[in-house]
Design a binder for this molecule. Structure first.
Ligand SMILES: [Fe+2]
Length: 409
């Protein structure tokens, strides 16, 4: 069958490599003279803020710093950043950090040029006009925000999470310097790296995958599988940091064009209701969603297993596809990550509500290679909680029946 028509988008330009931060000032000066610098507050303490300001100043670019925001920000925080940019008459926005800082910067840039508030544009294609030019400088290897058209916000009062998705959010420049990730602590290295792996595997198995997103996703999976454990084992390993940043970028490219699937759809309510960090929520769900999805795209999941380093010689496609989830489980063990919902603080009586909320993410679930309704989502949450399946469970207090042995606490 002929290939369907597809297009492929991303940041306008990329600069990648150790030491590339030194080019920030000269590059920023091609866009303007006054930059709003949106910086993750933790980076001020790590000394990275000073390095960014000094790099920008070397190009003659003055900076106004916006760093008073929370992780996984509210839309109102983007409104505040945009208001500051307007007040200071900024002509470009530089976003520095993980997903929170970069998403906030991308949203602020379009809000400067458009009426209304960030919450008005949560959805797809709702932003009327382009905003200020943007430069994204990631400081973790995970989010991929430096290349995507999305800015995700958490609306805690509504217990909801959702993104502004607009072509006007694609950054003007993604500047990736792996040296900026050298100080990321091991637990954050693991969680953000697993988020990148989710992007790659979900995009690769999405029904919207195309040949270019597949190329990016496959390379990302192989890089992350090989180098995430090394970056976790020794954060000073610059080769591992460099390969992880490249893997994260490629995963972001794949995600920007093929979308994500049920892992992200099911993890969003965990973040919105219980504040489970994005990377961790995705990581916990990933092997369970993969096991569920394997029959929907067996050839691709078999290839994922191989890319993750599994020996699939002499296995049927079905058997190889099932190995993919096991390989992710093994990787998470190496990274000392929790592997059940219980371990990340989700109460058992929340699973029904989580399944209801996940159904609000129909646009994401449409990408899933296996159809998924509310009961399917609940099945996955049950599995990820560590509840025994019906055929091994005789019941207990946990599941309102009368067994005592088989259910985990
Ligand atoms: Fe993500």
């Amino acid at each position: 069958m002929a290939q369907n028509v597809f297009d492929f988008r991303g940041a306008v330009r990329y600069i990648f490599g150790c030491g590339s931060l030194a080019r920030l000032g000269a590059e920023a000066a091609t866009f303007g003279q006054k930059a709003l610098l949106v910086v993750d507050p933790a980076l001020a303490d790590a000394g990275i803020l000073d390095r960014i300001v000094s790099a920008a100043e070397q190009g003659g670019v003055k900076t106004t710093v916006f760093k008073e925001f929370q992780q996984e920000p509210e839309p109102t925080e983007a409104d505040a950043a945009a208001a500051l940019a307007k007040k200071k008459k900024c002509d470009l926005v530089i976003g520095v950090g993980g997903g929170s800082g970069m998403d906030l910067a991308k949203a602020a840039a379009v809000l400067v040029a458009n009426p209304g508030k960030a919450v008005d544009y949560v959805g797809v294609g709702l932003v009327p006009k382009p905003g200020l030019p943007t430069i994204m400088v990631p400081t973790t290897a995970g989010t991929g925000s430096e290349v995507t058209w999305t800015a995700v916000f958490t609306r805690r009062a509504e217990k909801a999470k959702g993104g502004i998705n607009s072509p006007f959010l694609y950054p003007s420049l993604a500047l990736l310097d792996p040296e900026l990730t050298l100080t990321v602590p091991p637990d954050l290295t693991a969680a953000t790296g697993m988020d990148a792996l989710c992007h790659a595997i979900e995009a690769f198995t999405s029904v919207k995958a195309n040949p270019l997103s597949d190329l990016a996703a496959q390379e990302a999976i192989a890089l992350i599988a090989e180098y995430l454990p090394q970056a976790y084992a020794d954060g000073r390993n610059i080769l591992a940091r460099e390969k992880m940043m490249l893997g994260s970028l490629l995963a972001g490219m794949a995600l920007a064009n093929a979308g994500v699937t049920a892992v992200h759809a099911l993890s969003y309510p965990m973040g919105a209701i219980f504040g489970v960090p994005h990377g961790l929520a995705n990581a916990v769900l990933l092997p369970y969603v993969m096991a569920y999805n394997a029959i929907g795209s067996p050839d691709k999941f078999a290839l994922v297993a191989e890319l993750l380093g599994e020996n699939v010689d002499n296995l049927s496609t079905r058997e190889a596809a099932q190995r993919a989830a096991k390989a992710v489980h093994d990787l998470m063990t190496d990274l000392e990550l929790p592997d059940t919902l219980n371990d990340v603080g989700i109460p058992i009586d929340a699973l029904e509500d989580l399944a209801d909320k996940a159904m609000n993410l129909g646009r994401v679930l449409e990408n899933n290679p296996r159809r998924i309704d509310r009961d399917d989502a609940l099945f996955i949450y049950d599995e990820a909680y560590g509840l025994p399946s019906d055929d091994e469970c005789d019941g207990c207090d946990e599941c309102d029946d009368d067994c005592e042995d088989d259910c985990e606490e």
